[in-house]
Write a protein that binds this ligand. Sequence first.
Ligand code: SF4
Length: 370
Amino acid sequence: MAGVYFHIPFCKKICSYCDFYRTVQLNELPKVVDAMCDEVIRRADYLADKQVRTIYFGGGTPSLLTHRQLEQLLAVVRANFDCSMVEECTLEANPDDLTAEYLAGLRRLGINRLSIGVQSFDDDCLRLMNRRHTAEEAVSAVKRAQCAGFENITIDLIFGVPGFGAAVLNRSIDVALALGVQHISAYLLTIEERTRFGRMVEKGELQEVSDEVAESEYLLIHNRLADAGWEHYEVSNYALPNCRARHNSHYWDGTPYLGIGPAAHSYNGTARQWNVASVAHYLQGAPPECETLGEMELVEEFLMTRLRTADGFSVQEFARRFGDRRVKTLRCAAMGCFDEGLLCEMGDRWYIPPEKLLLSDRVIGSLFDL
Ligand code: SF4
C-alpha cells in the first residue's frame, strides 16, 4: 500500500504568511509537468509495494493545472503503478480557480476529493493574508463543488491571525459548519522571517499572538467542532465520521509515499528523499537527496508521526519494532508527561488527548531522551 504525491509549487500571488518553496513563474509549469512525468517513470521502483491507494496534488496551487496536464500526470501513475485500488484522489484548489467547467473536468478525471484553501471567511482577514479570493467567493466555490458532485471536501482555516480574535474565528467556524463540508484543517499561523508578515513584525506593524491566545483559539475550534460531532484526529485536522484524509493519514501511520516535483518529499519505510527546492535545478535533472534512517531516527520518526494523531501508537507495535528494552526507557522518559496529563495510556495505546495536541512537539521532545 502506498501513496503518490505531486507537488505543484506555482502560485499566482504570494500569501503574506507563506514560507513554502513556491514561484510565480507560471510559464515554467508545462515544462515542470513533463519533467514530473519523467520522474515518475525514473523513480517507479522507489516504492516496493506498487499498489497505490491515494494520489494527492498539493502545492503551491495545483488548481493552476489544466485538465490535460492533470490527465498527463494521472496517466503516468496508472502506467507505472497498480491503481486498481485507488480510494482517494485529492486536489488542493484555490477558490477562484473552481469554475463549474473546471470542476466537471476534475470529476471526469477521477479526482474525488477537493481541498479548498479558504483560510478565513472574513474579508479583512483575507486581505491581510493577501489571499486571491473573498469570503463570498470561497462560499460560492464550495457550493459549486458540491453541485458538481463532490461529496468529500475539506477546507483550510488559519487561526492566531493578529488583530482577528475569537469573534472573527467563531464566524468563520459558523460558515464552515453551515456549508456542509466533510473535513476541516485548522492551522496556527506561524510568522516566519522571510515572509511579508515577518517583515511587518520587524517594522513593528504586526505583533504575533501570544501562546495563550494561540491556545485559546485552538481550544475554541476544538470545542466548537467536537460539540458539532466532529472528530479531532490530528493536531490540525478534523473530520466527520469516516471522512478522515486518507492520503495525509499515510504520513502519520508510516505508509510509504512517493513525492514527485520540485521540493517534494518521499518516504519508503527506511529512507527519506527530498527533491531540490528550485524549479530551475529540478528541470536540469538534479537528483533527490537521500537519508537512510538508522534505528534511532526510525524510533523518532515513529513517535513524531504517531503522536501527532489522537490515536497515538500501539506499545506492542513499538516493542515489536524496537524491542522491549526501549519500551522501558520510553516509559521512564514519559513519566513527567503522564503526570501532567499531556500523555494518556488506554489499553495498548499511548496518545496525547486531542485538546492538548497543540503541545505535541513538547511531549515528543521529552520522549526523545531515550
Ligand atoms: S497559495 Fe499556498 S503556496 Fe501559494 S503563496 Fe499562498 S500559502 Fe504559499
